[in-house]
Design a protein around this ligand. Structure first.
Ligand SMILES: NC(=O)c1ccc[n+]([C@@H]2O[C@H](COP(=O)([O-])OP(=O)(O)OC[C@H]3O[C@@H](n4cnc5c(N)ncnc54)[C@H](O)[C@@H]3O)[C@@H](O)[C@H]2O)c1
Length: 248
């Protein structure tokens, strides 16, 4: 593992109870950061805290609720160096004609709207200090149309637009904003097929194009790099971390 120095720095990590978020939180803790770990699962945060007592603040709550965002900001204090927007949910591989409103709304609420609200809240303290780094977790589904259902695919394309727009507006204020686009990663995310048509359409493509499944730590390495001063001249990047899938 390479080492980046986060001594004395505070970073908020969402989805920190599992998978990519947990690996990111653990890597930042190992590199000396104070980590504010946010997750809807109390149990997963308890598990994280059991092995990382120091420099860790855990906020259990749904990011769709304003209260969760307010508690994360309070725990982080006035000096917030970084934000890793990792939390996200999949759809059921629904193509457009089969989308239930509830699925669309929940996927957008978690993957897009809560990301915007937390980033908006964090920009206050970052702008007062004139520095900060934000990393959003998109997806291979944000680079193509064939890696998920329509709700998730659309939400991850929105993450890319949100990343570019935030980088554009706040670059002159000392704030960087980037995204990573993972391919398949071994985590607890659920990706059920609720559509026969989607299974028939996507299945054969996945068998040909899907790269080997990555470890969460491989994603954390890219996220931590973008959060760190090592990436001081990188902003507005959508970085595929997908074993080369985007090159196909
Ligand atoms: N695993 C993959 O193959 C893959 C591929 C591409 C992109 N991604 C993206 O990576 C990110 C992390 O996913 P993961 O694979 O580590 O999944 P995961 O399910 O293992 O972890 C996600 C965590 O986010 C939390 N979470 C979900 N909704 C939340 C909410 N509303 N409020 C607070 N916490 C919430 C969950 O409780 C969970 O602990 C997501 O944005 C996902 O879209 C994952």
């Amino acid at each position: 593992m390479t080492h980046t120095d986060f001594g004395g720095r505070t970073v908020i990590v969402t989805g920190a109870g599992s998978g990519i978020g947990r690996a990111t939180a653990e890597r930042l803790l190992a590199d000396g950061a104070h980590v504010v770990a946010v997750d809807v699962s109390h149990e997963r945060l308890d598990d994280l805290a059991a092995s990382h007592a120091s420099s860790l603040s855990c906020i259990a709550g749904d990011l769709v609720d304003d209260d969760t965002i307010a508690r994360a900001l309070t725990a982080a204090g006035d000096d917030i160096d970084g934000l890793a927007n990792v939390a996200g949910i999949m759809d059921g591989f629904e193509p457009t004609a089969e989308i239930a409103d509830a699925t669309w709304e929940r996927v957008f609420a978690v993957n897009v709207t809560s990301m915007m609200r937390l980033t908006r809240a964090v920009l206050g303290p970052m702008l007062r200090r004139g520095s900060g780094s934000i990393v959003n977790v998109g997806s291979e589904a944000g680079l193509r149309g064939s890696a998920a259902g329509t709700p998730y695919t659309t939400s991850k394309h929105a993450v890319n637009g949100f990343t570019l727009s935030t980088a554009f507006f706040y670059g002159p204020k000392g704030i960087r904003c980037n995204a990573v686009a993972p391919g398949p990663v071994a985590t607890n995310i659920e990706a059920p097929f609720h559509s026969e048509w989607a299974a028939a359409r996507v299945g054969p493509l996945m068998q040909v194009a899907l790269p080997p499944t990555a470890r969460p730590e491989q994603l954390a390495a890219a996220i931590v790099f973008l959060l760190s001063d090592e990436a001081s001249n990188v902003s507005g990047a959508i970085l595929p971390v997908d074993g080369g899938w985007a090159a196909i």
